[in-house]
Design a protein around this ligand. Structure first.
Ligand SMILES: Nc1nc2c(ncn2[C@@H]2O[C@H](COP(=O)(O)OP(=O)(O)OP(=O)(O)O)[C@@H](O)[C@H]2O)c(=O)[nH]1
Ligand SMILES: [Mg+2]
Ligand SMILES: [Zn+2]
Length: 347
């Protein structure tokens, strides 16, 4: 038996990936692992948060090989992370200026991936933004999103932030410089995560955090720090699906019935309930909606030309029937996808 032969199999969760090294949390502590050659082809398919099976090199070593990826409960592609059950969307009330469209984008993504979002408005120690705060409350409170205001710097709202994390695996999303790492440092100063120095300007495209990493806050609560990102686009679904990602659009239809045309995209069709009740949807939300529809139209055009619809590996919200792809078809294709990954991993 060679020194590299498998002693035993065990399971763990990847909490960090640095180039070819996978850091795995197991009941026996942290292991540093490489992936088996057969998995290399699928390297991109292995993400932080994945539960994996490990082959231990020998009893005393903390080095191992990842030999299998276990099925996921959830997955989001940007930031790439698996098995989370909550998203906190972090925005700053200023520095950088609050971008409502970006916020609506993150929210719609969460709805798409069926992950319950919490809105965290950070830097509320900065003064002179009462109007923004009032606007936030007017738009998002009626939508029943949980909202917290925090200051990572001065500590207000940090207890509430901690409360939200209890018992969950939470991913922090939000543009660069809004204070995601600073919020984690506020609840766990011992971690000393790298944050942008005050002297460094918050410029778009410069990221202080470079990798996703799962951090255990306390037993049962984990948080994923991620680099800021802003390139989310709705170019993977049909225009008629975008309305499913807006709670107020769903509410209007529940209250006043469906639009005249079943494929209504609430733009300028006749008999459109959304346009008949503009008081129910905030103007900035509606503008964001129209922008996302525009992106989805590009996708529709592509599909029409190529005749192929690329299936994404996620589910659409509220169990509503989605145009063209039935939920059953989605399920089989998701299952097939997982099977294919695992088959490839084992060949
Ligand atoms: N005034 C004020 N500044 C803050 C607050 N939180 C963070 N900052 C500052 O904002 C800057 C960016 O904070 P980071 O924590 O690095 O932001 P990030 O979201 O992790 O950024 P990336 O890692 O690039 O995605 C730093 O200079 C922080 O000191 C806050 O509550 N109030
Ligand atoms: Mg950071
Ligand atoms: Zn309509």
């Amino acid at each position: 038996m060679s020194a590299w032969s498998i002693i035993k199999n065990m399971q763990g969760q990847i909490f960090k990936i640095h180039s070819d090294f996978y850091y795995i949390d197991t009941s026996k502590g942290v292991y540093e692992a490489k992936i088996r050659d057969v998995l290399k082809k699928r390297k991109d398919a292995i993400v932080v948060g994945d539960f994996v099976e490990l082959e231990q090199i020998n009893e005393n070593s903390k080095q191992a090989f990842v030999s299998k990826i276990l099925p996921r409960n959830s997955f989001i592609p940007r930031p790439k992370v698996a098995n989370i059950n909550q998203v906190i969307i972090v925005c700053a009330i200023k520095e950088p200026d609050l971008d409502f469209e970006q916020l609506n984008r993150y929210l719609a993504f969460c709805e798409y991936y069926k992950l319950s979002p919490v809105l965290c408005f950070n830097k509320n120690d900065l003064e002179g933004e009462e109007e923004i705060i009032a606007k936030i409350k007017t738009i998002y409170e009626p939508l029943k999103y949980r909202i917290i205001f925090t200051s990572a710097l001065e500590g207000n709202g940090i207890e509430q932030f901690k409360e939200v994390l209890k018992g969950k695996v939470t991913v922090l999303c939000g543009s660069s410089g809004v204070g995601k790492s600073s919020l984690i440092n506020a609840i766990r100063p011992d971690l000393s995560l790298r944050t942008k120095q005050i002297s460094e300007k918050t410029e778009r495209g410069t990221h202080t955090t470079r990798h996703c990493e799962i951090i255990t806050i306390e037993k049962g609560s984990k948080i994923v720090d991620t680099p800021g990102f802003s390139q989310l686009r709705f170019d993977f679904l049909m225009p008629a699906e975008v309305g499913l990602l807006f709670r107020e659009i769903q509410e209007i239809q529940d209250k006043y019935g469906s639009c005249k045309f079943s494929d209504c995209i609430h733009e300028h069709e006749t008999g459109c309930k959304i346009q008949e009740h503009p008081e129910i949807i905030d103007e900035t939300r509606y503008q964001s909606y129209l922008q996302f529809v525009k992106e989805a139209k590009e996708y529709k055009k592509q599909v029409t030309y190529s005749g192929k619809k690329t299936e994404t590996r996620s589910k659409v919200i509220h169990n509503r029937e989605v145009t063209k792809i039935s939920s059953k078809k989605r399920q089989t294709s998701r299952r097939k996808n997982n099977q294919e990954i695992n088959k490839e991993l084992h060949e």
